[in-house]
Design a protein around this ligand. Structure first.
Ligand code: SF4
Ligand code: SF4
Length: 221
């Protein structure tokens, strides 16, 4: 009983909490008035450094996550069938990749619901183009991510939205031993910390106080 409680607290602290906080910083970034702002060169360079580091973390997580392929196949990718692609892709992904090494040159044909879908380049189309380059047939079906196929996600781990690599369901967590979980959770937390770095840059560029969102984040259980 005591052991179960300790495991639950560990999982909550190292997986549940970063995921919940990521939601909040995405929301806070979405609320910043970034549309008309030219980001300074210094901040762009910082964003690029975070982008490179995030790519590396995503790659490493992808390697570790290989052991979950059968579990996710048995579950038929339930968590990827929750909402359409643009729900998984956040404003943090957008700003991280905006000056990244990917060439993004098309506009989204999806319904534009968020402000970052109105400005070019569109990361949503980066995902779209990436799958086309991999010769994958794209079926856009409302209500599930278009990159989920019978053999799992069609995107390389470093191409996936951050949210996808921060989410670990109970099935996966129950299938990690302590040593694995320790190194895995460390990467998950680094991924969150990088996302928080993006939030701090955007907050500063918007001219908002360093206290913006502070209480909101502090109250995250
Ligand atoms: S992460 Fe969990 S919910 Fe999502 S597909 Fe894998 S086993 Fe299913
Ligand atoms: S991008 Fe991949 S991992 Fe993320 S929701 Fe879509 S299919 Fe799932």
């Amino acid at each position: 009983m005591l052991m179960k409680t300790i495991v639950r607290l560990y999982d909550h602290w190292y997986y549940g909490r970063p995921y919940a906080k990521f939601y909040k910083i995405s929301y806070l970034c979405d609320c910043l008035p970034m549309q008309n702002i030219n980001i300074s060169l210094k901040s762009r360079n910082k964003l690029y450094e975070l982008f490179v580091c995030t790519q590396e973390i995503q790659k490493q997580l992808g390697e570790l996550n290989r052991r979950f392929v059968d579990l996710c196949a048995n579950c038929e990718g339930k968590c990827c069938r929750h909402k359409s692609t643009d729900w998984y892709f956040t404003v943090i992904d957008y700003w991280l990749r905006k000056d990244g090494s990917y060439h993004i040159d098309k506009y989204s044909k999806l319904e534009r619901r968020y402000w970052y879908q109105f400005i070019s380049p569109k990361l949503i189309d980066f995902f779209r183009n990436s799958a086309i380059q991999n010769n994958n047939h794209l079926d856009y079906l409302e209500g599930k991510c278009e990159y989920i196929k019978e053999d799992g996600c069609n995107l390389a781990p470093q191409e996936r939205p951050i949210k996808c690599l921060l989410h670990y369901c109970k099935i996966l967590k129950d299938n990690m031993d302590y040593d694995f979980k320790k190194s895995h959770a460390k990467l998950v937390n680094e991924l969150y910390n990088n996302s928080y770095g993006v939030f701090k840059i955007l907050r500063k560029e918007s001219g908002y106080s360093p206290l913006y969102g502070w209480i909101f984040l502090l109250l995250t259980k």
